[in-house]
Design a protein around this ligand. Sequence first.
Ligand code: LLP
Length: 426
Amino acid sequence: MTPTTDLLPALAQKVGTPFWIYDAELLRKRIADIQYITSTPGVHARFAMKSCPATKVLKEMHAAGIGIDAVSGNEVLRALAAGYPGGQEPAQVCLTCDVFRDNALDVVLKHNVLPNIGSPGQIQDLAKAGYKGGISIRLNPGFGHGHVNACDTGGPSSKHGIWFEDFTKIAEQAKAAGFPIYMLHAHIGSGPQFDELVENLTRLAEEYAELVPQLPDLRAVSLGGGIPHNYRDPSAKVPLDRLKDLFANCHALLCKAAGREIRLEIEPGRYYVAPTCDLVARVTDIKETQNNEKGSGVKFAMVDAGFVDLVRPAMYGSFHRITVIPQDGADRPLEPIVVAGPLCESGDVFTRDDQELLQPRQLPSPQAGDLLVLHDAGAYGYAMSSNYNSIGKAPQLWLEKDGTVEMISRRETLEDLLKAECSEAV
Ligand code: LLP
């Protein structure tokens, strides 16, 4: 979103810093983009809610007729609480988890959401629990793409899914357990290269086309998520026409291979939400180190947000655009700055652009009291925030088209953090 220089200081005054702010209209634009690329009859979209599970966002998705890909029992329950139905014909909520932990199996049984299984043991888990229903099988097609290795979810270095070569075995296991295979699924990762994505998804559809004729119960095939967002250039556009054509062609290919209708699904996360939320922090101080190992000092802008809020730079070296909003409204000259947070690790810096820790960025000379905006933090932002250093999560604000602002989650307090502590005999 674009920071409005009058709105953000006023909000900072009211709710304190740091805080997250969503742009509802921009989210609706992103939803409309996805609706466009899935407008071919037989092509459908889900939302990978792990990227941003706020109820307010889920309700927008539900109202737009977009399904859900959940990753835990609690995510399924959050989707149901936001208005999604359980059930499997077709499944509006699909549970893609590598392991059934906590309440996941109970939730599948109780709400009959479609389990998307990625290992043979999960079929046994379902059978033992007395599950009756269809399943989806997550495949590892042998290739993937990611902005870092950790986000490349296909190929030999990925733990995800069943290899195509092992598909016959798992299909037999599913048959013996009495579970019809309703869906085939793969998510190959979250990479920045659009052409690579198109190439990979085309290849994936071709691999699926070999399997679908053997699967009489099959209703759907999912190509997963991974539509990129350009974190560097807000004016860069994903070629939506190419995606629309790609999905139409994949759908046609699969229907032809099966000799009947097969629904084609996609489940992006990042594309819907990445640009729709910013993290706003306050500059608390400016300080300089003496010489570092490269012989020059570094100027730090200390801010009150840290990787407990937005972990992507510290975790992956991810780039997020930064805007400084000077308290006095004055123009400031650019200078190289490292933006750093309050946490107890030197990795708590936001100006990263790869694995290097200290990468000063040219910013309009920040001063204590200024606001600093970290852009494009809507995907895997609040969703990955933590309570490290006993810090409560920052509040989330929701900006509507008419300018009204609603707080959709408040700042966590110490009481919130201590809620699960107990002293119970076991
Ligand atoms: N489907 C499945 C099964 C997934 O695991 C994911 C993301 C998606 C869809 C959505 O992928 P997207 O469209 O958002 O690329 N924390 C990392 C990203 C991890 C992605 C995990 N899975 C980050 O901040 O970049």
